[in-house]
Write a protein that binds this ligand. Structure first.
Ligand SMILES: [Zn+2]
Length: 528
């Protein structure tokens, strides 16, 4: 239907889209400039090379990273990773995640500040999760079932097949369509759209959806493979069943507004009967109980998705509900956690501390939950202006921070920088350097590191860290600007005889990185 449309006529035809997209994703005009003619021909049903799919994904991911509702929350990010990494390992073990796919794709899961229930897979191994999904599921197992389904769409190359089918439209229209669909999955209120607009957008979404939908067979395959991936990763099969039931119920209620997930993954009769057949084989159908850890992360997602004053007050008020002390430990943990965060965001620090002490008094929490409580306490101390106390709560003289614990590492570094003591800045920069050696794509860590260097008066390292952050957000033009600024500073310091040995090493890294980024920027410009 859209095969012969260029982007301008596409936007004219879907006029409402361009309005909606401009509001939800203010960067749409830039995205609209991706030039189809410069990318390799995607072919018509031919195999899409991994590199081409990755590049298309990068073009979309770059717009997502610039979206104000893209959220790098290290606490929720670690929770997501604690579920995502075992799924990746399981897919690897099963042979679905081949070494080539693993190496060429991003395997990056982004959090989107959105109340509606959605998760999506983009080309090139970029995935996204709405905060609404995390707060709606009852267990990590339910979340794992959705993530494993999305993962399987990628590993089974469903997205590549869809790109191939749409190949004649070129990446320009593909990228715009995918971004448009993402925009349409957002809550109307969050983007300021009127309800009438939202309905119209919903209608357009359906039209475009028919172009970009996974086929019924792809959905069944993603269920089948995803189920294998999640159960072999050690998640309870009931998580798949109860999640499926939730989606089915929402589909019956036609609740597409809060479940945009259903638009891209419709509950077909085939999927439902497959799921029922799987259920027959299950030893138990009892739902997986909610853990205190999951309840706290769901509460965090809910607070972060509803940052308005009404939402915060509602979350805080839950702590006053009668009968709370008789509720399950998980329920109590979730309510207290949400109340601390909601009071903290309103800067009601005394109330936040009260709820924190109730949370800390809950006995017998498992280790991940204890860590979440400790992080929350430090976050509260830092926000309330006591950086030294926040750092002290996270520091351990005896134990190193575990390799996977990004949230503790980042919050500790932020707390150290906030003390304004150069020695603390040095400790933060050293720790982050080690982290960034292993995780060079961590844009937030680069930004925190920049502040740590600034505190020590080390402008050269600080500017380079800022440049790296821009590069990792795939904004190569901004990265080149910062690298050039760093290069100029290095020349100036050399002329003044102020560059020490470490400075000379840094200067040569800056030269090499600038050349690399200029090459990437040229490629990016050609694709526009
Ligand atoms: Zn699906």
């Amino acid at each position: 239907m859209l095969t012969s449309l260029s982007l301008p006529s596409f936007l004219r035809r879907f006029g409402v889209w361009s309005v909606c997209v401009a509001m939800c994703l203010p960067v749409m005009p830039a995205q609209a400039q991706i030039n189809a003619s410069r990318l390799p021909n995607l072919g018509d049903g031919a195999e899409v090379p991994l590199g081409v799919e990755r590049r298309l994904g990068e073009n979309i991911a770059r717009e997502i990273y610039r979206d104000p509702d893209y959220l790098d929350d290290p606490v929720l990010g670690d929770y997501l990773q604690s579920i995502w990494q075992p799924l990746l390992a399981s897919a690897r073990q099963r042979g679905e995640l081949t070494p080539e796919l693993e190496q060429q794709f991003a395997w990056d899961v982004a959090l989107i500040r959105e109340r509606s229930i959605n998760a999506f897979a983009l080309p090139g191994g970029y995935l996204g999760v709405h905060l609404g999904l995390i707060s709606a599921v009852s267990s990590a197992d339910e979340l794992a079932s959705v993530l494993a389904h999305e993962l399987s769409h990628v590993t089974q190359r469903h997205i590549a097949r869809m790109i191939a089918q749409q190949g004649r439209q070129g990446p320009l229209v593909m990228g715009a369509m995918i971004l448009g669909m993402l925009a349409a999955s957002r809550s109307p209120t969050a983007s300021g759209m009127s309800a009438a607009n939202a309905v119209m957008v919903g209608g357009q979404a359906a039209a475009i959806q028919s172009q970009l939908n996974f086929s019924r067979d792809m959905e069944r395959e993603a269920d089948r493979v995803g189920y294998g991936v999640m159960t072999e990763a050690g998640y309870a099969p009931q998580g798949f069943v109860t999640m499926f039931e939730k989606l089915q119920q929402a589909a019956r209620l036609n609740d597409n507004g809060s479940f945009p997930y259903l638009r891209s993954h419709p509950m077909t009769t085939e999927r439902i009967s497959d799921a029922q057949a799987r259920q027959q084989l299950m030893p138990t159908r009892n739902p997986v109980p909610t853990t205190p850890m999951h309840a706290m992360m769901a509460a965090r997602a809910q607070v972060l998705a509803n940052p308005g004053i009404d939402g915060l007050r509602t979350m805080a008020a839950l702590a006053n509900a009668s009968g709370l002390s008789a509720a399950t430990k998980a329920k109590q943990a979730g309510v207290w956690y949400g109340a601390v965060l909601a009071e903290m965001k309103q800067r009601n620090f005394a109330e936040a501390r009260q709820s924190l002490s109730r949370l800390q008094a809950l006995a017998g929490l498992e280790a991940p939950a204890q860590r979440a409580v400790r992080l929350l306490g430090a976050e509260l101390a830092l926000t309330a202006g006591d950086a030294a106390q926040a750092a002290a709560q996270l520091e351990s003289k005896t134990k190193a921070i575990p390799a996977t614990d990004r949230a503790t590492r980042l919050l500790l570094a932020q707390s150290r920088v906030a003390t304004r003591q150069p020695a603390q800045g040095k400790a933060a920069a050293n720790d982050l350097s080690m982290w960034l050696t292993l995780h060079p794509r961590d844009a937030t860590a680069w930004l925190v590191q920049a502040t740590a260097y600034e505190l020590q008066g080390d402008s050269l390292h600080a500017i380079r860290a800022q440049a790296e952050a821009r590069a990792m957000e795939l904004d190569y033009a901004a990265a080149v600007d910062r690298f050039k600024a760093a290069q100029m500073l290095a020349h100036q310091l050399t002329n003044e005889g102020k560059l020490d040995r470490a400075g000379h090493i840094e200067a040569s890294i800056i030269d090499a990185r600038l050349r690399e980024l200029e090459r990437l920027r040229r490629e990016q410009t050609l694709e526009r």
